[in-house]
Ligand binder design. Structure first.
Ligand SMILES: NC(=O)C1=CN([C@@H]2O[C@H](COP(=O)(O)OP(=O)(O)OC[C@H]3O[C@@H](n4cnc5c(N)ncnc54)[C@H](OP(=O)(O)O)[C@@H]3O)[C@@H](O)[C@H]2O)C=CC1
Ligand SMILES: Nc1nc(=O)c2c([nH]1)NC[C@@H]1CN(c3ccc(C(=O)N[C@@H](CCC(=O)O)C(=O)O)cc3)C=[N+]21
Length: 269
């Protein structure tokens, strides 16, 4: 069965509408990349479309000098939100995270916003992590569920695992990585499996028991088409988010909501 994410998007749209009424001006998002290719290109293009839909001023900046560019927009009063695409080519992403202004950090990648998530304060958390959590909250009661998160990246796997463990959701989470042994044993023993690895069609029924809720975060471009990390056959036995039309479509809506949030906070953390 395919999981329908439209109700989640509707809720976010409602939040954005309330913010817009409060704000009374167009907020502005700057998306910066030093490697405008592949999944980054796909995402920035879809950001452009969605920014227009939500009436957000939007600009893509391609640069080889991330640090100077970020410093400039950190100070620019006309810019409410700054997004920097991963992976970065010219410097390590942590250098970006260290200098980005937390008040404009609409993807929650700075140590300040990451740390707040550890405290259970989820104001700016990585949009994809929030997207997966919002979809799950819509589909089922999370309390005491056993969850396997495959992938441990700083913008997806790790913050997502923390959010699911935070008080109120109370899941028990395993975070799996490329060195994990007996992966299939762990995933088969889970109620919920979240796949965020970037390998097309990698997870099939060998990893899952029937009836598992599966969240497919993967965005891979195969023969020019968006393809997830979960194989199509899984849909017959499990509830699974489609690609496209799943996690990715919620992610961009959350990013836009965060731009409104940052604008309303007016530069304060
Ligand atoms: N839908 C959306 O909105 C978004 C989608 N994405 C997509 O999600 C996917 C993951 O993104 P991201 O987290 O940024 O990617 P990264 O490349 O940063 O991280 C991938 C993670 O997957 C792990 N991994 C890779 N292969 C395996 C394997 N065979 N078994 C177990 N773990 C494995 C890696 O392990 P190790 O650490 O050991 O190397 C790593 O932790 C990509 O396809 C990306 O395009 C990303 C962001 C948003
Ligand atoms: N700092 C950072 N954060 C990211 O979240 C991030 C990143 N870097 N680098 C690249 C990957 C890839 N990624 C995509 C998300 C959505 C679509 C996409 O196409 N979305 C469509 C729909 C897709 C769908 O429906 O599933 C849309 O928004 O309309 C593509 C790619 C984000 N990433």
């Amino acid at each position: 069965m395919k999981i329908d994410v439209l109700p989640v998007i509707e809720k976010i749209k409602k939040e954005i509408k309330e913010h817009r009424e409060k704000l009374n001006r167009k907020p502005k998002l700057i998306s910066i990349t030093d490697d405008y290719t592949g999944a980054t290109k796909a995402y920035l293009k879809s950001q452009k479309r969605i920014a227009k839909e939500y009436d957000v001023d939007f600009e893509i900046i391609e640069t080889e000098n991330l640090i100077e560019t970020i410093k400039k927009y950190n100070e620019d009063k006309n810019v409410d939100g700054i997004f920097v695409a991963r992976p970065t080519k010219t410097i390590k992403f942590i250098e970006v995270a260290k200098i980005l202004n937390p008040a404009k950090d609409v993807e929650g990648v700075t140590p300040y916003n990451m740390g707040m998530n550890f405290y259970g304060v989820e104001e700016f958390v990585p949009c994809t992590a929030e997207s997966a959590v919002k979809i799950l909250e819509q589909t089922e009661e999370l309390k005491s569920k056993k969850v396997a998160v495959i992938g441990r990246s700083i913008t997806v796997g790790k913050p997502l695992a923390i959010m699911l463990e935070n008080y109120g959701r109370d899941c028990t989470v395993n975070i799996l990585n490329s060195k994990t042994k007996n992966m299939q044993e762990i995933t088969k023993n889970s109620d919920i499996v979240i796949v965020a690895i970037g390998k097309a069609n990698y997870v099939n029924m060998d990893f899952l028991k029937e009836g598992t809720t599966v969240i497919d975060v993967g965005i891979n471009v195969v023969d020019g088409k968006l393809t997830g990390d979960v194989s199509k056959e899984v849909e017959k036995y499990c509830s699974v988010t489609p690609v496209p039309g799943g996690v990715g479509s919620v992610t961009s809506a959350i990013l836009m909501r965060n731009v409104f949030r940052a604008a309303i906070k007016g530069g304060k953390i």
